[in-house]
Write a protein that binds this ligand. Structure first.
Ligand code: AKB
Length: 312
């Protein structure tokens, strides 16, 4: 039986993606790989301990499991990447290069590599930013994401490897605790609000960033992976997002449901990263080439987040 493999499977995107893949393909067709141990909800799933800096191990798993599709999610995010840029280089750039090189030797395998708004830098425009806008990022994470896009296109053109990718905005999910990104303040704000705790936000109140709810992110990744290849021109760098907001707008939206929630600001070095990213994205390439259509508005996302976090 051919399988779908996820790297970085127990991270923020991976945890939601695994659930969707299990529903779609069945538990026995999904292989979860991560450097971390599986959380209890995935204890029954076939998982392999994998550090993506170990290409031999990756190759062994791909061959043993007859993997046909990979979602390559293993990545060090923006804030952790700035704390340890050499580690981020090894995991994000060397890890992606090795994965593509190994896959180019396997017939009929396809690879999905999510990219990020972190590809943009201070010389990109701010509003309604096109896929074609300059990408000169200032963070190691951004540099690694641009490199992943360029390598993906190179391996497609040179070796015919089916590589696809899309640039995620900040993603909001109730499944996993915020980890190491710059946009994670949003998830943290929800968690504090639902627990009845005051939140101290590390970004300025007027920092506008593009965002999307996780169910739409998962759906868009699966849809792109299944899209008719003859329609795909850009292949690897589609901007996707559903709405943009500032910390102060999110605070007001949460307070409409939890009026007692309070917040102050304690801005740190993540502000500089956020200031280099777009405030909003032009998603027209994704709409044109594979019918991208997010379902959640900011309002419906806020209501759904609070409802689900309260269940926990
Ligand atoms: C981060 O903040 O690092 C990520 C991203 C926008 O790619 N969420």
């Amino acid at each position: 039986m051919s399988k779908v493999l996820v790297t970085g499977a127990f991270g923020q995107v991976g945890s939601d993606l695994l659930k969707a893949l299990i529903i779609k393909h069945g538990k026995d067709s999904v292989v979860a790989t991560d450097i971390a141990e599986p959380p209890s909800i995935f204890k029954d799933l076939h998982s392999e301990k994998l550090d993506v800096r170990n290409p031999e191990m990756l190759k062994k798993i791909l061959v043993k499991e007859d993997v046909r599709k990979i979602y390559h999610l293993a990545s060090i995010l923006s804030a952790s990447g700035e704390k340890n840029p050499f580690f981020a280089f090894d995991v994000n750039i060397r890890g992606t290069y090795d994965l593509l090189r190994i896959c180019s030797e396997i017939e009929g395998i396809s690879v999905m590599i999510p990219s990020s708004i972190a590809v943009y830098g201070t010389d990109s425009p701010k509003d309604n930013v096109s896929t074609r806008a300059p990408t000169r990022p200032g963070t190691m994470y951004g540099i690694s994401k641009v490199t992943g896009e360029l390598l993906g296109m190179y391996f497609y053109k040179k070796f015919g490897l089916d590589v696809r990718g899309l640039r995620f905005p900040g993603l909001i999910s109730y499944e996993t605790q915020p980890t190491a990104g710059t946009t994670d303040y949003s998830v943290d704000m929800f968690i504090h609000a639902v627990k009845g705790l005051k939140y101290s936000c590390y970004l300025r109140e007027d920092t506008m960033l593009p965002m999307m709810y996780m169910p739409d992110a998962i759906k868009s990744m699966i849809n792109l992976s299944e899209a008719d290849p003859s329609r795909l021109i850009r292949r690897i760098d589609y901007n996707v997002s559903a709405f943009s907001f500032t910390p102060s707008q999110l605070y007001s939206a949460i307070r409409r449901i939890i009026p007692d929630f309070t917040m102050d600001y304690s801005v740190d070095s993540r502000q500089e990263i956020a200031d280099s990213w777009p405030a909003s994205l032009d998603v027209s390439d994704a709409v044109l080439e594979w019918d991208f259509k997010p379902e959640y508005s900011m309002e419906s996302m806020v209501a759904d987040m609070i409802m689900n976090l309260r269940k926990d």
